[in-house]
Design a protein around this ligand. Structure first.
Ligand code: SF4
Ligand code: SF4
Length: 439
């Protein structure tokens, strides 16, 4: 129950700018070197099992999971480990280790562990294969998938929601996946339904992607699947792809404050993750690459399959380079993405988009208490209070306004007439509470 549960969920309508929606997925050239951070997921960093000078092949495990909530990492090129460095995470800004591999250009693969009889695999074998493949949520959260597929025994899952919304402006990687790899997505969903013993699923897609809705409906109707799988057209409204928004819109369910979808019997998974599950189970291919939308101020915006660890500059060059006046690179979209400090920053499992922009930093003014942020918040929170309390270092008071229910969607900052970077204040507040062990 939220504080303002009598209100409607709001959200905003930023311009879509989906300029790559009709661009077929292309394969980017192999990188000359890759930089693979050991922390590319939520949870414990992976532990390196290679050292400087080791020869590696594509798909070879180079780091093991560092705990239950963790995932292994595989080499995305063949070549030689040139060094292990410390670097700042492109997501958390924390310092961690990364394995640097000089590619030999041969693209020499390890022998893949391709199961011979998929339908004979036990649930444990499937979960082990998913874990071994290093699969994490590819919608941006990067939560290890094998953990999400093992809810505690008291959390019975009766519905799966597949997130095909892609409500962030500019990004079209999931849209193209649904058009070009829909069969793999459905097969990944069937595996997931089997593992969770769940026979009902929704594939939620925003109504501004009618071709993806039509394609997924066709693929579902032509399959021999005996489960109930419904392709649901959803309003095009940001942040429709937030897990809690999806649950409310499709099932009318509200996740308890501080809770997870599994608390109301639901698991939410992104379409890209399902394709990765398909690759791992049917082809034995670990997670080494993904579709990345390259958009904004680049000469040839594209959707490209790119190996993890590729310096962003190489991918941007493949897209014709950035416009001369562009000076900002964001991993993700303009609402939730994270600005990077260098064009050499490597992509990771969570990088669904590279957005190039011109810096238009506005001057931050004082809050005029107009209420726009409250109106826009899909979680019915009061974002202006977070700014006030963080400015005064009154962190304990943040809890009274359910800051842990904030999904950091940025809807509050969108349209704030005072140009207040509300999400930055929220992140500071959450980090401070976490440091104190309160959140
Ligand atoms: S939208 Fe901006 S100015 Fe208006 S109440 Fe919220 S923080 Fe204050
Ligand atoms: S970032 Fe948080 S507070 Fe702001 S609109 Fe989104 S959920 Fe609400």
């Amino acid at each position: 129950m939220s504080l303002f549960n009598n209100k409607q969920s709001h959200g905003v309508h930023p311009p879509g700018n989906k300029i790559t929606a009709n661009k077929k997925i292309e394969r980017a050239p192999l990188p000359k070197k890759v930089i693979l951070p050991l922390s590319q997921h939520i949870g414990a960093p992976s532990k390196a099992i290679v050292k400087k000078g080791d020869e590696v092949k594509v798909g070879q495990k180079i780091a093991e999971a560092g705990g239950f909530v963790s995932a292994p990492i595989h080499s995305t090129v063949s070549g030689k480990v040139s060094k292990i460095i410390e670097m700042i995470s492109s997501v958390t800004s924390n310092v961690g280790n990364a394995i640097v591999i000089d590619a030999d250009g041969k693209d020499d693969w390890v022998k893949l562990n391709k199961p011979s009889k998929i339908d004979k695999l036990s649930k444990k074998e499937i979960l082990d294969q998913i874990k071994d493949a290093g699969i994490v949520g590819l919608g941006g959260a990067t939560f290890p998938t094998h953990v999400k597929l093992q809810p505690p025994p008291d959390k019975k899952i009766d519905t799966i929601i597949i997130n095909g919304c892609e409500c962030e402006p500019y990004i079209t990687s999931d849209h193209r996946l649904m058009l070009e790899y829909g069969e793999g997505i459905l097969k990944g969903l069937e595996i997931m339904m089997n593992v969770l013993s769940c026979n009902k699923a929704y594939i939620g897609i925003e109504s501004n992607k009618p071709d993806a809705i039509e394609n997924m409906k066709k693929i579902v109707s032509e399959s021999n699947n005996s489960n109930e799988i419904i392709v649901e057209s959803l309003p095009a409204q940001y942040p429709m792809g937030a897990e809690k928004t999806l649950l409310k819109k499709i099932l009318g369910l509200e996740v308890p404050i501080g809770g997870l979808p599994m608390d109301v019997g639901v698991v939410v998974q992104n379409v890209g993750t399902l394709k990765a599950i398909y690759d791992a189970i049917y082809e034995g291919i670990p997670l080494i690459e993904r579709v990345v939308t390259v958009s904004g101020a680049v000469k040839e915006p594209k959707n490209v399959i790119s190996r993890f660890g590729t310096p962003a500059s190489e991918i941007i060059d493949y897209c014709g380079g950035s416009a001369s006046n562009a000076d900002v690179m964001i991993f993700g979209g303009p609402m939730m993405g994270i600005a990077q400090t260098s064009f050499e920053t490597p992509t990771t499992k969570g990088t669904n988009s590279i957005l190039i922009k011109k810096n238009t930093k506005e001057i931050e003014n004082n809050c005029i208490r107009c209420g726009t942020c409250v109106e826009n918040c899909p979680m019915n929170l009061m974002p202006l209070m977070y700014v006030a309390y963080v400015k005064k270092s009154m962190y304990d008071d943040l809890k009274d306004y359910w800051i842990d229910n904030c999904v950091e969607c940025g809807s509050c900052a969108y349209g704030c007439p005072a140009n207040i970077p509300l999400v930055q204040y929220i992140k500071v507040g959450k980090a401070e509470l976490k440091k104190r062990g309160d959140n």
